[in-house]
Design a protein around this ligand. Structure first.
Ligand SMILES: N[C@@H](CCC(=O)N[C@@H](CS)C(=O)NCC(=O)O)C(=O)O
Length: 212
């Protein structure tokens, strides 16, 4: 096992990046110290080690890994401390399912459409597209519904113990909730709202992302 005390941990990414925040949350939950090396693929030429010009990439000693879900699994296995895996086959399967839903159905509408256009670009005065915001809000509805059911079921997203599912999802849902219409939609999903409230007060979230 690599030892954080011996091998340097460097995260290539930027703190506003949602996927970088996912890894920062996992690192914070495990209590792993790291250096954040700023790499923002949206700022012109790609400068970092990612072969597809994305972030994040984690470097631990001479080992480098990209793809967020693989990184967080590595962080959980490679470092001592609290396990970020829930107990039991059903809960582990639900965790994997939440991570896949976050990547495949939540990230694009909730982050890249609703949040990026309705909050980031709008506040920065960069041309934002209202149609994309509305498209994102519409596409987010069925995603919120299934996640709410899972939070209600309680195998993961249960407000009891942090898992890799919490780390993957929290930055995405928190970003979506930064949009007033997103927050309003979220409030109609009671279990998921309670979960966001819990996770956004967790030490890992506050350390990685700050106040939601
Ligand atoms: N599948 C990748 C996705 C990472 C990703 O899309 N990161 C965003 C920042 S949050 C990015 O680098 N975007 C650059 C781009 O889309 O050109 C992962 O899981 O790490």
């Amino acid at each position: 096992m690599r030892d954080a005390a011996v091998d340097q941990v460097t995260l290539f990414g930027f703190k506003e990046s949602i996927y970088t925040q996912v890894v920062m949350m996992a690192l914070a939950a495990k209590g792993v110290a790291f250096d954040l090396k700023r790499d923002n693929p949206f700022e012109g030429e790609a400068s970092g080690p990612h072969p597809f010009a994305r972030v994040p990439v984690l470097q631990h000693g001479d080992f480098a890994i990209y793809e967020t879900a693989a990184i967080t699994r590595y962080v959980d296995r490679a470092f001592e401390g609290l396990s970020l895996l829930p107990g039991g086959a059903a809960a582990l399967a639900r965790m994997d399912q939440v991570i896949a839903i976050a990547d495949n159905y939540a990230y694009w509408p909730m982050v890249r459409q609703a949040y990026a256009h309705g909050v980031v670009r709008k506040q920065a005065g960069i041309n934002w597209d209202k149609d994309l915001v509305n498209e994102g809000l519409r596409a987010a509805e069925p995603v919120l519904k299934v996640l709410d059911e899972m939070a209600h079921e309680g195998e993961v997203l249960n407000g009891l113990r942090i898992s890799l599912a919490d780390c993957q999802l929290a930055p995405m849902v928190a970003a979506f909730a930064a949009l007033p219409k997103g927050r309003k939609m979220l409030k109609r999903h009671w279990a998921l709202s309670c979960w966001l409230d819990w996770i956004s007060h967790s030490r890992a979230f506050r350390q990685a992302i700050g106040e939601a």
